[in-house]
Design a protein. Structure first.
Lengths: 254, 252, 593
C-alpha cells in the first residue's frame, strides 16, 4: 500500500515505433547503394539501351550493327553481369524490400509528393516484372543475338507482333521505367543533398521531367518503328558474319 | 447555419482496450474549435442516443498551437485540435466531424496517445548545445542574422509528431526516426557551439531507422502546422551523413 | 547528518523548474522532475515577446539599475526591492547564457543580439527570438535537462501530478505525494527539499491566456498545508488578447514594441472597413493620453484605458468589447519579426493581420501573487521552495512585459542552489517522515471523490467559478462585487461536495484529475477575492474606482493569506515591503516630462 518509491522506475517499454538505433546497423549503406545503383550503372545502361534501340529508325542493318558493336566490347560478358544483371537484381530486390516496408496513405493525404512516393513503388514493381520477362525472352531465350546480331530487328519485331498484349505491355513498361528513372534521379538529388532547397528541387524537377520524357518518347518511337514500319522478315541482315553458321529460324520452334 | 454539430469519436478505454465509436450532438456556436467541442462534451457527457458516457480523454495544454499537445486525426487527417475550427471541419466533413487518435502511436485512452518515442529520439541525436556550465562565461559567439534566419524556423518545432504520423515510412517496420528529429539535428549542427557534436549526430542518424529511411513523400512538410522546412533539413542531413560516412570509412 | 547527495524534487517543468533542475544537476545533486505534461509542452512556450535585460547594446545608456527602477516603478512599489535588484543585475549574464545554449535570438547585422522595446520602459531592453521567445527559451533549457537526463543526473516524471507535500512532525518537508495521470496510482517520493515551479492560476478565471494546466492547484494545496500565499489579489489582465470560445489567445506586447498602434474609429457608428478609415478619423487613445510612453504604457494602464474606451466612452468596435491593434502599416521586415503571433491570429480569426488591424480585448494573463518566499526563494514551510510565476516575489502590483521570463530563470537559479544548501544542512528524518500518513490522507480524498453520489458536474462548477471571477476580480473591482464573488465561491465549494464523476475509472481519467484541481482552485479563488476586498486602494493591476488612489500609508504591504482549518477560509496578515533602494514615488505614466 504505502508504496514509497526509492529507485526511479525502469524506463517503460515503448510500444509502437521504436527509437532510432543510433549509429547501429548497416541499412544506411544498403539504402544508399540501392539509390546509387539506380543511377549508375542501371540508369546509365537504360539510357544506353534506349539510345541504342533508337537505331531501329535507321533500319534493321543499322540496328544490327549497333548490336554487334555492343557485343564486340571487350569483356562484354563481365560487363553484362557486373554492371547490369547483378546491380539490377540488387536494385530490384532491395526495392521490393523498401516498397513492402512503406505504409502508403495517399487515400488520406492526396498530395503530389505522396502520389509520387506511391508511383515510384508501383513503377518500380512494374519495371521489375517486365525486365524479368524481357531479359528472359530477349536475352536468354530464342536466337542468341550476341551470335546473330543480324537477327536483332526480326527478333524484336516478332516479339512485339506475336501476341496481342505485347505492344501494350512494352508501352506500359517503357513509360513506367522512364518514370521510375526520371523520378529516381530527382529523388537521388533530393536525398543526397544535391538539391536541398525548394527552388532547386522544383527546377531540377523540370530537368528530370524533360529528360524522362525524351527517353520515353525515344523508346516508344523505337517500339512502334520496329513493330509497324516494315513487314516482318525473319532474315539475317548480317549473314556474312558467320560463314559456318546456318541461321536458325526465328523464332525457334517451341 | 446548423443548430447542432454532429461528432463521431473513436474511443478506447485503455492501451489494450477495445475501440468503440460514439456519436455526439453538440449545440452549435460560431467560432468554435475542436478543443472547445471536447470541452462541451465534458460539460455534458451524453451521447447522441442519450446514453450517459464519460468525458473524452485527450491531450491539450496551450490551445494556441505552440505546445504541441493536441494532435489527433480530425476527419481522418492529422491536425492540431486547437487550431482546427469547427466551421471549416464541418464543411470539409460534409456536416459531420470525425475524431480519432493518431494512428502511429500507442493509444493511452480515447484520443490521447504516447509520443515518447520522439523525446527518446531527441536524446539519441543529442539535440542540445553542450555548454560548459551555467556560470557567467560572457557573451556567446557572434552569429550572422542569416544563420539565425535559417535556424529559427527549425527551432519552432512543437514536437506535435504530425510529421511522423503522416509519413508513410514512419512505422513499426522501418522504425524511421521521422522528420522532426532530423530537423532538430540540423538545428544544432548549425549552431556555432552545438556543432561540436555534429559528427556524433550524423553517425547516430546513419543507424537503422535513420535519415536513409526517408522516402521523400514530402507529407511532413505539407502537414507541419508550423511550416518547418523539413525536407530541406532531410536533404542537408542526408548529404552530411553520407560525407561523414565516407570520412569515417577512410579514417578508420 | 544529511545524506551524502541531496535529493531535490522540482515540481513543474517550465522555465523556472528547468532552471532549478539545471543548477542542481550541475552542482551534483539528484533531481526528480515532476510535470503534468511533457516538460517541452509547459506553459512557458506561450510567452511571446521577449526577455528583458539591460545589456545596453543600442548605445542608450541602459543599466541594470534603470531596469530595476522600471520594474519597481512598473510594479507600483509593491515588490521587495532586494530580489528585484539582484534579478536585474543578473539579467545580462542570463541572456548570455541563453545565447550560449543556442537560443535563436534575433541578431543585428553585426551578429550581436538585437533588442526591441517593450511596455513600461523607454529603452530597447528586450531580447527576442521572433515572436516565440518563451518557446525558444523553454526548448533551450529542456534540451539541457534532456542532456542531464541522458547522463542519469535527472529523473523525469512526466504525466505525474503533485498532490501535496509530506511534512514531518516538525513541519519540515520530506517529500511529496504525486499521482500518476495514467494509472491514477498515488505514490510518495522522498526529498530533502522541493521546489514548486507550477506557474500561474489563470484557470480560476475560466478563460484566460493561460494553458490548461495553469490551475494554481499545487500552490493552493501547499497553502492549505500552511504555506503563506502572498498578494493573491494581483492579477494581470493583458491589454491585447484575442477573444475566443475556449480561451483568450495572447497577442504579444511585442506587436506594440515593433510599432503597432491601438485605436478605435472616432465615430462609434463608423461602419467602414478599418483600412479605409483615414488617419484623422482614428482615435489613438493611448498615444493621446500617454504621450511619452504611447502604446507602450504598462499593461495595467493600457488595459484600463481600453476598458474605459469600451465601457465608459462606448467606443468598442461595432458595440462589441473590442478595439483595433494595428500592425498593418509596419514595414515587412518589422512584420517578419512578429511572424509567429501574426500566424496565430490568422489561423484562429481568419483575417490577415499584415493587411487588416487585429481585433483585441484585455484578458486575464498573469498571476503576480503566489507562494510567499523569503529572499532565498523558500516558503514558510521549511524545505518547500518556490520560483517563477508560482511565487510572488518579483513583480509587485503589476508585471512589466518581458520580465516574466527573466524572473522565472532568475528564480530557478536562486532556488536550485539554495535548496541544495538547505538539504545539506538538513537533520535526518525520524521514522518515515510522515510519508505513510500523507499517502493515506490523499487516498482517502480520492476515495471520497470517486464514491460521491451527488449530481454536480465539475466542469459546470468550473464554468461558474470562471464567470464569477472574471466579472468581479479582474480589471475593475468593487467591494460589493468581491463579497458577492466570495459568497458564490462558498456556494460552489458546497456544491463541490456533491460532485458525481461520470467517469470513475482508474485509467487516464482526466476529469478525475481535474476535479481534484478544481477544489484547490476554489480555495485559492477565495484568497484572491478576499485579498482584493481588504485592499482598499488602487495599486498597479488592482483597481477600485471607490478607492482610486494608491495608499502607501496603509497598503504598502504584502498581503499574506494563511489557510485556517477551522473556518475553512483564509486569514490575512500584512508585511512591510522592502524599499531599501528606491523611495516610493507617484506612478504617473501620463506625465510628459
Amino acid at each position: 500500500m504505502a508504496t514509497t518509491a526509492s529507485a526511479p522506475p525502469a524506463t517503460p517499454q515503448l510500444k509502437g515505433v521504436q527509437p532510432l538505433r543510433a549509429g547501429e546497423g548497416n541499412s544506411f549503406l544498403w539504402r544508399r547503394l540501392h539509390s546509387l545503383t539506380g543511377i549508375v550503372p542501371i540508369g546509365a545502361f537504360l539510357i544506353e539501351h534506349i539510345v541504342s534501340n533508337f537505331e531501329v529508325v535507321n533500319g534493321p542493318l543499322a540496328y544490327a550493327q549497333q548490336v554487334k558493336f555492343l557485343n564486340g566490347l571487350p569483356l562484354v560478358r563481365v560487363l553484362e553481369w557486373g554492371l547490369i544483371f547483378i546491380p539490377l537484381l540488387y536494385h530490384a530486390l532491395y526495392g521490393v524490400f523498401i516498397a513492402v516496408r512503406g505504409r502508403t496513405n495517399v487515400n488520406v493525404y492526396p498530395w503530389a509528393g505522396n502520389w509520387m512516393y506511391l508511383s515510384q513503388r508501383v513503377t518500380g514493381l512494374i519495371a521489375f516484372a517486365y525486365i524479368l520477362y524481357h531479359v528472359l525472352t530477349q536475352r536468354f531465350m530464342g536466337v542468341s543475338l550476341p551470335e546473330h546480331p543480324g537477327l536483332a530487328y526480326a527478333k524484336v519485331q516478332f516479339e512485339l507482333l506475336s501476341h496481342w498484349y505485347a505492344i501494350p505491355v512494352y508501352v506500359i513498361a517503357m513509360i513506367a521505367t522512364c518514370w521510375h528513372f526520371a523520378y529516381g534521379i530527382w529523388l537521388f538529388a533530393a536525398k543526397w543533398g544535391i538539391t536541398p532547397g525548394n527552388v532547386a528541387r522544383r527546377r531540377f524537377g523540370w530537368v528530370c521531367t524533360i529528360g524522362g520524357a525524351v527517353l520515353c518518347i525515344m523508346g516508344l518511337v523505337s517500339i512502334f518503328t520496329v513493330a509497324y514500319s516494315r513487314p516482318y522478315s525473319p532474315e539475317d541482315v548480317m549473314p556474312a558474319q558467320y560463314d559456318n553458321v546456318v541461321a536458325p529460324t526465328v523464332p525457334p520452334q517451341q | 447555419m446548423p443548430t447542432t454539430i454532429e461528432v463521431e469519436i473513436k474511443r478506447q478505454n485503455g492501451p489494450d482496450g477495445t475501440g468503440a465509436v460514439e456519436n455526439f450532438s453538440i449545440p452549435y456556436r460560431p467560432n468554435m474549435n475542436i478543443t472547445s467541442l471536447l470541452g462541451e462534451i465534458a460539460l455534458n457527457p451524453v451521447t447522441k442516443e442519450g446514453k450517459a458516457t464519460t468525458p473524452i480523454t485527450y491531450d491539450s495544454n496551450c490551445l494556441e498551437e505552440i505546445c504541441g499537445s493536441c494532435a489527433m486525426l480530425i476527419n481522418g487527417k492529422a491536425r492540431m485540435a486547437c487550431s482546427a475550427l469547427v466551421d471549416k471541419m464541418l464543411e470539409e466533413g460534409g456536416g459531420k466531424i470525425k475524431l480519432a487518435p493518431l494512428s502511429k502511436f500507442p493509444v493511452v485512452r480515447d484520443l490521447a496517445v504516447d509520443r515518447a518515442v520522439l523525446f527518446e529520439n531527441l536524446k539519441k541525436v543529442k539535440a542540445w548545445v553542450p555548454i560548459d556550465g551555467t556560470y557567467d562565461l560572457g557573451a556567446g559567439p557572434k552569429q550572422a542574422p542569416q544563420i539565425q534566419e535559417e535556424r529559427y524556423p527549425l527551432s519552432n518545432c512543437i514536437s506535435c509528431t504530425i510529421c511522423m504520423e503522416v509519413c508513410p515510412q514512419f512505422n513499426d517496420v522501418t522504425n524511421f526516426v521521422g522528420a522532426a528529429t532530423i530537423g532538430q539535428a540540423k538545428l544544432f549542427n548549425m549552431d556555432p557551439s552545438g556543432s561540436v557534436l555534429k559528427e556524433e549526430r550524423l553517425r547516430a542518424l546513419s543507424g537503422d531507422g535513420g535519415v536513409q529511411e526517408c522516402g521523400f513523400a514530402q507529407n511532413c512538410v505539407q502537414a507541419c502546422p508550423k511550416g518547418l522546412p523539413l525536407t530541406e533539413a532531410i536533404s542537408d542531413i542526408g548529404r552530411d551523413v553520407f560525407v561523414q560516412k565516407v570520412k569515417d570509412f577512410f579514417r578508420a | 547528518m544529511a545524506a551524502a547527495t541531496p535529493r531535490i524534487i522540482v515540481v513543474g517543468g517550465g522555465l523556472a523548474g528547468l532552471s532549478a533542475v539545471i543548477k542542481i544537476a550541475e552542482a551534483g545533486g539528484k533531481v526528480d522532475l515532476f510535470s503534468i505534461v511533457p516538460v517541452k509542452r509547459s506553459h512557458s512556450v506561450c510567452a511571446q515577446g521577449g526577455i528583458n535585460s539591460a545589456k545596453n547594446l543600442k548605445g542608450e545608456g541602459d543599466t541594470p539599475f534603470k531596469h530595476f527602477d522600471d520594474t519597481i516603478y512598473g510594479g507600483d512599489f509593491l515588490a521587495n526591492q532586494t530580489p528585484v535588484k539582484a534579478m536585474c543585475e543578473q539579467g545580462p549574464a542570463i541572456i548570455d547564457l541563453l545565447d550560449r545554449m543556442g537560443v535563436p535570438f534575433n541578431r543585428t547585422p553585426e551578429g550581436l543580439l538585437d533588442f526591441r522595446r517593450f511596455g513600461g520602459t523607454l529603452y530597447h531592453r528586450t531580447a527576442f527570438a521572433g515572436a516565440t521567445t518563451g518557446q525558444q527559451l523553454l526548448y533551450a533549457l529542456d534540451e539541457q535537462v534532456r542532456r542531464f537526463e541522458s547522463e542519469g543526473k535527472v529523473q523525469k516524471y512526466e504525466g505525474w501530478e503533485f498532490l501535496s507535500a509530506i511534512l514531518d512532525t516538525k513541519g519540515a518537508c520530506r517529500g511529496i505525494v504525486a499521482m500518476n495521470l495514467r494509472s491514477m496510482e498515488l505514490k510518495t517520493f522522498p526529498a530533502d527539499a522541493i521546489i514548486i515551479c507550477t506557474g500561474g492560476n489563470g484557470a480560476i478565471f475560466g478563460k484566460s491566456t493561460n494553458s490548461v494546466v495553469c490551475t494554481g492547484s499545487a500552490q493552493a494545496a501547499l497553502y492549505q498545508q500552511g504555506a503563506y500565499y502572498a498578494n493573491g489579489e494581483f492579477i494581470q489582465v493583458h491589454p491585447t488578447a484575442i477573444p475566443g470560445e475556449d480561451k483568450l489567445r495572447l497577442m504579444s506586447e511585442s506587436a506594440r514594441g515593433e510599432g503597432g498602434r491601438v485605436w478605435v474609429p472616432k465615430d462609434r457608428n463608423d461602419k467602414r472597413q478599418p483600412n479605409s478609415i483615414p488617419e484623422t478619423e482614428r482615435w489613438y487613445f493611448l498615444e493621446e493620453w500617454y504621450p511619452k510612453y504611447g502604446n507602450l504604457v504598462p499593461r495595467d494602464v493600457a488595459t484600463r484605458a481600453i476598458h474605459k474606451v469600451v465601457y465608459e466612452h462606448g467606443m468598442g468596435l461595432d458595440g462589441q468589447p473590442m478595439v483595433y491593434l494595428d500592425v498593418s502599416h509596419l514595414a515587412p521586415e518589422r512584420q517578419h519579426k512578429l511572424e509567429g503571433i501574426l500566424e496565430i491570429y490568422e489561423k484562429f480569426v481568419g483575417d490577415d493581420p499584415r493587411k487588416v488591424p487585429m481585433k483585441i480585448f484585455p484578458g486575464m494573463h498573469y498571476t503576480m501573487g503566489g507562494l510567499w518566499v523569503d529572499f532565498n526563494q523558500m516558503t514558510n514551510i521549511p524545505g518547500v521552495f518556490a520560483a517563477g510565476e508560482a511565487d510572488y516575489s518579483i513583480h509587485g502590483a503589476n508585471r512589466l512585459g518581458a520580465n516574466s521570463l527573466l524572473s522565472c530563470i532568475y528564480g530557478g537559479f536562486v532556488a536550485g542552489p539554495k535548496a541544495m544548501e538547505y538539504a545539506k544542512g538538513l537533520e535526518p528524518q525520524q521514522g518515515d517522515g510522515g510519508h505513510a500518513a500523507e499517502l493515506i490522507r490523499q487516498q482517502q480524498y480520492n476515495n471520497i471523490l470517486l464514491n460521491n453520489q451527488g449530481t454536480e458536474n465539475p466542469f459546470q462548477i468550473w464554468r461558474e467559478l470562471g464567470d464569477t471571477m472574471t466579472r468581479h476580480a479582474t480589471i475593475i473591482r468593487y467591494n460589493a462585487g468581491l463579497r458577492e464573488a466570495d459568497q458564490k465561491i462558498v456556494e460552489l465549494i458546497e456544491r463541490y461536495k456533491k460532485i458525481n464523476l461520470s467517469d470513475k475509472s482508474q485509467w487516464a481519467n482526466t476529469s478525475f484529475a481535474f476535479a481534484r484541481q478544481l477544489y484547490n482552485m476554489l480555495q485559492l479563488a477565495r484568497v484572491i477575492v478576499q485579498g482584493a476586498e481588504l485592499r482598499d486602494e488602487s495599486r498597479g493591476a488592482h483597481y477600485k474606482p471607490d478607492f482610486p488612489e494608491r495608499n502607501d500609508e496603509k497598503f504598502l504591504k504584502t498581503t499574506k493569506a494563511l489557510y485556517d482549518d477551522n473556518s475553512d477560509a483564509p486569514k490575512f496578515e500584512w508585511e512591510d515591503v522592502d524599499i531599501s533602494h528606491i523611495k516610493p514615488r507617484p506612478r504617473r505614466y501620463d506625465a510628459t516630462a
